[in-house]
Write a protein that binds this ligand. Structure first.
Ligand code: FPP
Length: 247
């Protein structure tokens, strides 16, 4: 699970899909139409990621903070998600794509939970390409959930608190069975991480794109890949150390 990505090709890309509302405003359409076009961009992005041989693609689809949006918008987002899952399950099974959900699952509407569980179970055996959907996700709640699980494991005697290190801690994160993202993309010109994969992106490259999410097409995705290919990842070391195999 912890192999490094090849030098120029990321193995795992995580995306903060932002700008649906501004896209709708720009086109004189209701916000919900922006989300609908955003869902279409998700489909395109999945294709592009698969064609480029990515192993993991994680999408920030709904944050723990998004519940505070107007009720009508929250409903529309859940409907879009339901529709997306209904149609994508066939596509995922056909192309052997695994679905993994990260976030507070049990607080999602029960119809969505049911679809997600079914999609996860039916795609669990696939290993080539995993799509992570961050739903009701927030890094801080993830860390709190990990701390709770570790406290319980300590009480049960399966974790020794004096020996707990990050390698063991990370197994308790929602992403425990996934590698950290090599590249985090945020669209729409905003330059922040907004409570997304904060632990996992400690050494990730970050790419901020001006493109609004509904317009983020294959060529935008490829521009991010090209940018990543130019980066030098040092993981806190110097360039010289990285060139010396023994270091
Ligand atoms: C941000 O746009 C986007 C979201 C709130 C979530 C992303 C949702 C989708 C791409 C659609 C449904 C997803 C799936 C997987 C079917 P915003 O509303 O914050 O845009 P703004 O900042 O311009 O207002």
């Amino acid at each position: 699970m912890h192999q490094e990505s090849t030098k120029n090709q990321p193995r795992h890309i995580a995306i903060i899909m932002d700008g649906n509302g501004r896209w709708a405003k720009k086109h004189g359409l209701p916000r919900i139409e922006g989300h609908r076009r955003g869902a279409q961009a998700v489909r395109q992005c999945l294709e592009a990621a698969r064609d480029h041989g990515l192993r993991y693609l994680t999408l920030y689809a709904f944050s723990v903070e998004n519940w505070d949006r107007p009720e009508e918008e929250v409903h529309a987002l859940m409907d879009l998600l339901d529709q997306f899952l209904k149609e994508q399950i066939h596509h995922m099974l056909k192309h052997k794509i695994r679905l993994r959900v990260i976030g507070r699952y049990h607080e999602l509407p029960s119809n969505i939970q049911k679809r997600l569980r079914e999609a996860e179970e039916r795609s669990a055996e696939f290993t080539k390409f995993t799509v992570g959907l961050a739903l009701n996700y927030g890094s801080r709640t993830e860390v709190v959930d990990a701390a709770r699980a570790i406290a319980k494991a300590t009480q049960a005697g399966t974790v020794d608190p004096d020996r707990l290190d990050y390698a063991q801690f990370r197994d308790f994160l929602y992403t425990g069975d996934m590698p950290d993202p090599d590249l985090v993309i945020r669209t729409s010109g905003e330059s922040r991480l907004s409570n997304f994969l904060l632990m996992q992106s400690a050494y990730s490259e970050i790419y901020f794109s001006e493109v609004l999410w509904p317009d983020f097409d294959r060529s935008s995705f490829e521009a991010a890949l090209e940018d990543y290919a130019q980066r030098e990842r040092r993981y806190g070391k110097t360039s010289e150390q990285l060139q010396t195999p023994a270091s």
